[in-house]
Write a protein that binds this ligand. Structure first.
Ligand code: CDP
Length: 804
């Protein structure tokens, strides 16, 4: 069929643009072994690095003897802090404005800390040499409890900043204190609490866990001493930021550094920060003149790279007798480990914890956060969430349940009467955010109907009767959650990391034959950007998505961007893509008008072409326009068809969701069986429903892991008890339930195509939902709060302690 003979609908379908369940184009490579991960990179003469790590959580380093290791055939060098010190590289700046040892400088502060870096001709020799490095330690008292860290006589962990009264985020009140961050109106909130009909109070702990991506962290540094260029390949979620930081730390001019993120096997926040392995590999490559590869093993990844959560959230929530919430108070003690290396925008030392009023119209609120040093690994990151929003969502969704218990109310009804109403958007929260759009009541009603909420409650009541009559030993729990996410950092005026404003970018080049390449400042780690960004463009510029290549991750070719984390790709880079597409379209309009011999205003865009208004038989397709842009001299128009957009979002986007989980809990074994999980997500305009569903499935499975078993556990002397996948829970298909997905669509009013992020929503909403389900099962027996993860032992213990 000729293009002219196709109907408008057929032409639109052929584009595979917005709303199409287009198959993931990247999967052809991934499923056929053609992925190119950092450990696949092999360069001529490449050497291998490996770390000597501390077995102690807190110890003085009295001496390091590298003689035996250096003498091992195949070992090229062994670096210690003493070697890095003359270069000023034995400490490095962190993303949070603190500094962190690259290699142990006088003492170690957590188990697994980097002490020396061995460089050898192969990986096995490097590992053998690690065993030959002799380190003499003198153990020091260990603190793993952030509350004990703040006791007056607690040992000082950070000797380097002893008695320093100011930190990167204001005054410090103790040697193990990092910052205090306050938001909201303290006096007004305390007044509301003092005069309230009802106040529910609880300590909500969100335990320490780890993003634990399938592919661990690693890099290959290659310094070409002839042309002075450093190429750094790595599993980086923010390649441009790594380039800038590498330049600032090393003194190598930024144009002489090329950072390449090849395929990435999952990031989830773990690959945002800068690790000692990167610095040591670069130094080793400069010193040896050869490429140096460093790739962690699983134990190293879990024990020394960025953890997640570890927030102790003390909450008070005030309400009238009939359940209208009047105030919220929260004090968080945030365990940041040995160095404050949290990846948060500069002005937000506890990330977006101040989204903790959630989906509710809470008139008065106050939040304070104390950051604390302990003898644990540094690097608190947003594990599939936007800068601590998951802690905030967990906190408020638990507090709602606790309040419902105190009021003797149904938790679904309590939520319903407190939701921000659709007519209140844009909504100004008491803790400073402007929610862009939402219709929480509509989503909630849809969810309640879909699961037959009343039917479930009736079944639960019957089960309880049977339990009490001794007919069953299984309780039934119904978990509810309505979460509001905050994703898409910037705007630049509010959000920067190390002074780099959080915008993002897209550059498009249309080739003469009408296909295109789009390059972005983001980097996919499994989210399917190559598929979905092409779909945005297809709808914007009328070129089929199949004819558009999407390229990310090479700082020599991609425009500067702040990278992919915090579900910011769609809200920021997705917007940049649409805006760059619109620039292409504007130029294409001029070319079309010239070719059709009419005024610019007399042509209009129609799916994949410009047509003369009122004469649809007269048109030029985008393909024709692309060719003309390269072969015709058009007065007043430059040749070629290219555009770039740097997009500074005016606001965040606020996706939301309504989740329901039904669980059976065996009180004798603590075994939990997730019978049903319903997830309704609203991410505004949906680009690719199939990819969204995949994101939701993946995020829910990570939420299941976190809520039901996954944790970074330490003993009292700082040994990591969950350093392997034997102990650190990763759900297999056996534990993973079926998910029922659903949606509503409330576009973002400020995003060019109305899209909000979605990648993290299921983690943010899933964790409280699983947890609330377990809590709900025990509600009739007086349980108000118990700590995650709800593994079989802990659940059994709850039942046992309740006398069941
Ligand atoms: O930043 P990140 O890619 O992790 O998260 P995201 O922006 O939420 O996008 C995750 C994936 O879902 C991408 O492939 C998006 O294009 C897709 N998505 C979508 O199809 N529609 C939306 N409204 C949001 C995301």
């Amino acid at each position: 069929m000729t293009e002219a003979a196709q109907t408008r609908e057929e032409r639109a379908t052929a584009l595979k643009g917005l709303g199409t369940a287009r198959k993931r184009v990247e999967d052809v490579r991934f499923t056929q072994g053609k992925g190119n991960y950092v450990d696949d990179i092999k360069l001529d003469g490449m050497l291998f690095g490996d770390f000597v790590r501390s077995p102690y959580a807190h110890a003085k380093v009295l001496s390091i003897n590298t003689e035996a290791a250096t003498a091992l055939p195949g070992v090229v060098a062994v670096l210690t802090a003493a070697d890095l010190e003359p270069l000023g590289l034995h400490w490095m700046p962190t993303l949070a404005g603190d500094k962190q040892m690259v290699l142990a400088d006088g003492k170690v502060l957590f188990q697994g800390q980097e002490v020396a870096f061995v460089i050898a001709e192969d990986r096995y020799i490097a590992a053998d040499a690690v065993e030959l490095v002799e380190v003499e330690y003198e153990e020091q008292p260990v603190i793993v409890d952030p509350f004990k860290a703040l006791e007056p006589d607690a040992p000082v962990l950070r000797e380097d900043i002893r008695d320093q009264l100011e930190g990167a985020h204001g005054p410090r009140k103790h040697n193990n204190h990092i910052f205090t961050w306050e938001q909201g109106d303290k006096a007004a909130t305390e007044a509301v609490l003092a005069g309230a009909d009802v106040v529910a109070e609880e300590m909500v702990y969100y335990h320490r866990t780890h993003p634990c991506p399938l592919e661990t962290c690693g890099c290959v540094a290659s310094m070409d001493k002839v042309n002075g260029k450093l190429t750094l390949y790595g599993t980086f979620q923010a390649p441009h930021a790594v380039r800038t930081v590498a330049s600032l730390i090393s003194g190598i001019a930024e144009h002489n550094i090329r950072v390449i993120s090849p395929d990435i096997g999952g990031g989830f926040g773990n690959k945002v920060g800068v690790y000692p392995g990167y610095i040591c590999s670069v130094v080793a490559s400069i010193v040896t003149g050869k490429p140096v590869k460093w790739v962690e093993d699983r134990i190293e990844n879990l024990t020394s790279t960025a953890f997640a959560r570890d927030y102790w959230m003390k909450g008070k929530i005030a309400a009238t007798k009939d359940g209208k919430i009047t105030g919220l108070w929260c004090h968080t003690t945030a365990d940041h480990g040995a160095f404050d290396a949290c990846a948060d925008p500069t002005k937000f030392p506890a990330g977006f914890m101040n989204i903790c009023t959630g989906s509710y119209d809470i008139p008065t609120a106050y939040l304070s956060v104390d950051g604390v040093y302990t003898n644990k690994a540094p690097g608190g990151v947003a594990y599939r969430c936007s800068f601590r929003v998951t802690e905030a969502a967990y906190f408020i969704e638990r507090m709602i349940e606790v309040l419902a218990i105190k009021l003797g109310m149904d938790a679904a009804e309590l939520r319903r009467i407190n939701f921000i109403r659709a007519d209140q958007f844009p909504y100004q929260s008491a803790l400073g955010w402007e929610y862009d759009s939402g219709n929480y009541h509509a989503a909630w009603e849809k969810a309640m109907k879909a699961v037959d909420y009343e039917g479930l409650r009736a079944e639960q009541a019957k089960r309880l009767e049977d339990f009490k009559a001794g007919k069953t030993r299984k309780l039934m729990g119904i978990g509810l959650t309505h979460f509001t996410e905050i994703v898409g950092a910037g705007p630049v005026k509010n959000c920067d990391i190390l002074g780099l404003g959080m915008f993002d970018s897209c550059e498009i080049r249309i080739h003469p034959t009408g296909s295109a390449i789009a390059r972005l400042g983001t980097i996919s780690q499994g989210q399917g950007h190559a598929t979905t960004f092409a779909q945005i463009l297809a709808s914007e510029i009328g070129i089929p998505a199949d004819d558009i290549t999407v390229e990310e991750g090479d700082t020599d070719t991609a425009p500067y961007g702040l990278g992919t984390y915090g579900s910011r790709s769609t809200p920021v880079a997705g917007a940049a893509t649409a805006m760059a597409g619109r620039k292409i379209r504007a130029k294409a309009q001029m070319i079309a008008a010239y070719l059709l011999e009419v005024h610019d205003d007399d042509v209009e865009f129609d799916v994949d072409r410009f047509v003369v208004k009122g004469a649809p038989e007269r048109f030029k397709t985008m393909k024709e326009i692309a060719f003309a842009s390269y072969n015709q001299a058009i007065p007043g128009v430059e040749p070629g068809l290219e555009a770039v957009s740097y997009y500074d979002p005016p606001n965040m986007t606020y996706p939301f969701g309504a989740y329901v989980c039904v669980v059976d809990v065996d009180v004798d074994t603590g075994v939990t069986d997730i019978r049903q999980f319903y997830a309704l997500d609203d991410c505004g305009t949906r680009i690719n429903p199939m990819i969204i569903e995949g994101q939701v499935h993946g995020g829910l499975t990570e939420a299941l892991a976190i809520a039901m078993g996954q944790e970074m556990a330490y003993d009292e002397i700082g040994n990591v008890k969950t350093a392997t996948l034997m102990d650190f829970f990763w759900p297999s298909p056996f534990e993973t339930p079926n998910y029922q997905t659903d949606w509503t669509t409330t576009p973002s009013p400020h995003h060019p195509i109305g899209a909000k992020g979605v990648g993290e929503s299921p983690n943010v909403g899933g964790v409280p939902c699983f947890s609330n389900a377990v809590h709900d099962a025990f509600r009739p027996f007086g349980l108000t709060q118990t700590n995650m993860p709800h593994d079989h032992w802990r659940v059994w213990k709850v039942a046992h302690d309740l006398g069941l």
